[in-house]
Design a protein around this ligand. Sequence first.
Ligand code: PMP
Length: 399
Amino acid sequence: MSNWSQYEMGPPDPIVGLNESFALDDNPNKVNVGVGAYRSDDGLPYVLPCVREAEKINMSKDTLNHEYLGIAGDPNFVKLALEFAYGEDSGVLKEGRVAGVQTLSGTGGLRVMGELLKKGGHKEIYVPNPTWGNHIPIMKNAGLEVKKYRYYNAENSDLEFDNMVQDLKNIPEKTVVLLHACAHNPTGMDPTAEQWQEISKVMKDGNLIPFFDCAYQGFASGNAPKDAFAIRMFVEDGHNLATVQSFSKNFGLYGQRVGALSIITNDESEAKKVLSQMKMTIRPMYSNPPKHGAQLVSTILGDKQLTTDFIDQCADMASRINDMRIQLRTALEEGGDRNWEHITKQIGMFAYSGLSSEEVVKLRENHSIYCTLDGRISMAGVTTKNVNYISDAIKEVTK
Ligand code: PMP
């Protein structure tokens, strides 16, 4: 009798599990547009030249070592990461009101935040409907009930802003509400600047706590400071908000697990207390975060020229994705009467195509094109070489 027989076979992960099926597929034309990872136009993983440069600089330092970081990570990285989100001249940073730690990328930061909320007596968190699939189990596993506010109307492929506002108005005060800072995943639809202003006001009036998930800063518009617009505006409006940052996509550091979690508090002494609780949450979970990737980001953001290079290179990635949106939409609309305008209206890494789960399964089974069951296509995996293959296949499964 085994000691482990109580464990049942679990289902594959709805997003990452696609990589496993893709690897086993022997169709030479196969396309992976499931997981959100940027690919060059040759379909290859891409290392930003500024990251290669930072790697060379760091490796040649006499001071290089592999000692542990502290529980809260590399303080220089945390400082630069927070300035990246809130702005170098941010008042709340200058006042020492922000508690910040380095995290295991965005996912790890979200989990630390979930644990911290639970510890602070929170019982629930609101997320948009739909949202990145992993938000829900991360927060549930931290012991929170996950509730949804309306966000996107699949019928007209647009934001359902009035319904969103109505739902926000009905959330009890002091509840944490997760917002995607930019390039909403999976829909690619963000509120306009005016709509963000209204959201900020409604949340302020309702005494709600904004929690920004910022996983695509630079990827939405190609301009990293501009993509932090909503966060910075909410801070200006006086919200004591929280932000989780990921450096996976914008810096192409997926496997390095580079992220940060920060919480704006009332004053320096409150920030110290919150920081101590963050550290007490982290220590028994994973003790301290990894060093290498965070130091690459610090080397880049700590150097004016490398930061300029980064902004240009991030803009190049965003621009290749936008070109692919245009090419995919044009190819899809050629000889058909279906409207694919939403593909070019959406921004960021994904096209929320509107394909049904049956159509997605047909794409996979008949054409070896892998995207998630909700019809989300990673535009970062579309290239000039496969765009026609993808559009022909989509036309075939939707005819
Ligand atoms: N938040 C959102 C909205 C995301 O799309 C992702 C990555 N897909 C993450 C967080 C976390 O990514 P990572 O753990 O690589 O930072």
